[in-house]
Design a protein around this ligand. Structure first.
Ligand code: ATP
Length: 296
């Protein structure tokens, strides 16, 4: 295996009695789009701050490609970062901010930057102090996507964007992927994560409790089945993998299915199934199953 674009090894950060990041070991491959999920306070931003050298780990290490994250000057030559709360220089215009960010970063594709300014409908002639939260976020995103940085680290990148701009964001992530750039993004927007990420990591109370592809996550979880029958629905009690059975008492049955479906399908076929609908859980349902309303 080659060098990971981003790597942590037993990374921990303690704030007093609180272990904000707890022994996180993670590899993100070059070219991957990785989603970092977790409820408020799970430790996503702290992990990102450790990766960026903005905070020092209590223990463990982090690397950006082959550079120790603590070597900030070297590590930041390979990355562009969009923080959750974008602060800009208030007196500079959007265009001046983009110019400045371009000059301190690892090189800019100015034609693509101009295209992104159009697509994100940014008026770059105005001073940054007049920008809304969403517009400040757009400036930072345009600056990051226009760089040639091999790694883009985006903390809650679409929290201030409207749905149209979210679509532009997804397009820009797709272009970054096509260019071979690695994208590491933290998010609460599960639909977005589902649509752009190759893999996701799920953080809970500072611990990385799952790392999987979105499809893999779904496989780990129950499938919802709804069936109707020409006659009386069968009794599927005790059929391997079948759970949470509920019927309408007439001709329909719903249940969840875990593991191989053969036994349940055989039972349905034998009972004269008329229609069958199989639904995979959404990332939101999976997410709720992990947290069950619990935050930290
Ligand atoms: N500088 C700090 N001093 C003390 N505690 C901190 C500090 N920074 C973060 N924390 C705590 O660490 C925990 C993790 O916070 P963090 O901001 O990393 O979570 P998050 O997953 O990014 O949450 P959100 O989705 O709300 O942004 C929280 O309980 C937070 O209060």
């Amino acid at each position: 295996m080659g060098t990971a674009a981003l790597r942590t090894e037993n990374l921990s950060k303690r704030y007093g009695r609180l272990l904000a990041v707890d022994d996180v070991t993670l590899d993100v491959a070059p070219g991957e789009v990785f989603g970092f999920l977790g409820p408020n306070g799970a430790g996503k931003s702290t992990t990102i701050r450790l990766l960026l050298g903005l905070a020092r780990p209590t223990s463990g290490r982090a690397w950006i490609f082959d550079t120790d994250a603590a070597d900030v000057a070297a590590a930041h030559r390979r990355l562009a970062y969009v923080p959750a709360d974008v602060a800009l220089w208030p007196r500079l215009t959007g265009a001046e901010v983009l110019d400045l960010l371009g000059r301190i970063g690892p090189g800019v594709d100015t034609a693509y930057r101009d295209e992104l300014v159009e697509r994100f409908a940014l008026d770059v002639s105005k001073p940054a102090r007049t920008y809304s939260t969403g517009n400040r976020q757009k400036v930072a995103l345009v600056a990051a996507f226009a760089t040639r940085a091999p790694l883009l680290v985006l903390d809650e990148p679409t929290s201030g964007l409207d749905p149209l701009m979210e679509l532009e964001f997804r397009r820009a992530v797709g272009t970054a992927r096509d260019n071979g750039q690695t994208v590491f993004l933290s998010s609460h927007q599960l639909v977005e994560v589902e649509s752009v990420c190759d893999r996701v990591g799920i953080l809970r109370a500072g611990k990385l409790i799952e790392v999987a592809t979105v499809a893999g996550l779904r496989r780990l979880h129950r499938t919802e089945v709804a069936a109707t029958f020409t006659g009386t629905p069968p009794d599927l009690t005790g059929v391997p993998g079948v759970d949470a059975l509920r019927g309408d008492g007439v001709s329909a049955l719903r249940f969840t299915l875990n593991g191989p479906p053969a036994a349940a399908l055989r039972a349905l076929a034998d009972a004269g199934v008329a229609t069958i609908a199989v639904r995979e859980p959404s990332l939101e349902e999976i997410f709720l199953a992990y947290y069950g309303g619990d935050v930290r």
